[in-house]
Design a binder for this molecule. Sequence first.
Ligand SMILES: NC(=O)C1=CN([C@@H]2O[C@H](COP(=O)(O)OP(=O)(O)OC[C@H]3O[C@@H](n4cnc5c(N)ncnc54)[C@H](OP(=O)(O)O)[C@@H]3O)[C@@H](O)[C@H]2O)C=CC1
Ligand SMILES: N[C@@H](CCC(=O)OP(=O)(O)O)C(=O)O
Length: 418
Amino acid sequence: MSEIETRIAEMATAARAASRALAAMPTARKAAALKAAAGAIRAAAPAILAANAEDMKAAEARGTSGAMLDRLRLDDARLEGIAAGVEAVAALPDPVGAPIKGWTQPNGLKFEQVRVPLGVIGIIYESRPNVTVDAGALCLMSGNACILRGGSEALSTSKALHAAFIAGIASESLPADAVQLVDTSDRAAVGVMLGAAGLIDIIIPRGGKGLVARVQSEARVPVLAHLDGICHVYIDRDADADKAEAIALNAKLRRTGICGAAETLLIDKAAEATGARVVKALLDAGCEVRGDDAVRAIDPRVVAADDADWGTEYLDAIISAKVVDGVGGAAEHIARHGSAHTESIITENAETANRFLAGVDSAIVIHNASTQFADGGEFGFGAEIGIATGRLHARGPVALEGLTTYKTVVRGNGQVRP
Ligand SMILES: NC(=O)C1=CN([C@@H]2O[C@H](COP(=O)(O)OP(=O)(O)OC[C@H]3O[C@@H](n4cnc5c(N)ncnc54)[C@H](OP(=O)(O)O)[C@@H]3O)[C@@H](O)[C@H]2O)C=CC1
Ligand SMILES: N[C@@H](CCC(=O)OP(=O)(O)O)C(=O)O
């Protein structure tokens, strides 16, 4: 066994023991531990911000882009948001033991399905420091132990946040092994986690194309994918032009670096005037538009899109744009090029909206609102692990319930099977 394999195996064994303790832990104890963790994060603010300044300096020296630096950066307000998020999770209903459904068979056997934790969760994520704490808090409250492998650019920040978090939970006598951090930027750790069948129950990869490729070729542990967001806004012939403009601009430009940012604008061929207005508004706002021939005819500032553009997640002020044949054409394009994350239709026609909402099989489908609502906080979940883009039990923003599975409790009074 390599050193890293040994290390991950040790971490997973300790996590398993912690997960057993957590699975049976009363809600009040978990909530108290999370409140203590929030306090410990606030108390450690100077050390956490100093660690973040180190990460930022190194990232700037490497020439990291503005959107990525923004994702990495912490300040007092963001740190307070992280601590408040932990308290918000502590106040949420405990999913463990919550009944899902119950029924009685003719022989008198009573069945009840109740939520149980997933067990030991491995999370591989990008360099957004809040994820270290959000994921730790959500896993703990849902009775799971976790092994966190964050982005290498944020390693110092993650270590400082993690140290404060576990000091907080340990002060309430919870096992520190409940939330462990892989403290190396060596990508070998990712490979070992993906192959740790039997040690880790489920892997949540949260990231883009590089991570996708590795997960697809190496994962032996079940995967709850949180992958790239090639999100679409479709402007229908019955769109309200004001809504279309406001929503498209927000979906693309509110924050270009997040996975819920729109990457492609689809324009109904019968929505020529509204489509032209939106394309011009995007260009005027400083967004590069890469269009097909029909979109290029709208404005000379539109540059030519090539085939690769339809599958590209720019995470920048760039959008691809294409004219399609109605809602059917939009659904077809999304099925071919999307990543099953989030898609929005702009229309005043309820029937067309319903065709889109039913016909597009992405984790989140939206009518007349921005794709940037793809977020656990915006869904009312308190926080999120991320947006699940796969086909397992949880899709879209994953929070407490998404981190559980269920078991069936059967109550009899002596029945035997004939
Ligand atoms: N669906 C969702 O919830 C979310 C999706 N995303 C997506 O994440 C992407 C942006 O983040 P970005 O930083 O580029 O994500 P990356 O996929 O580059 O990195 C994410 C994590 O995966 C690791 N990783 C990436 N490639 C490999 C590899 N080949 N082998 C081992 N480990 C690897 C990184 O490690 P290292 O630090 O070593 O690079 C990092 O820990 C976008 O595509 C965005 O849509 C982002 C947030 C949420
Ligand atoms: N869902 C969250 C952000 C998730 C996300 O995309 O993060 P990242 O790609 O790390 O910037 C939000 O909408 O704010």
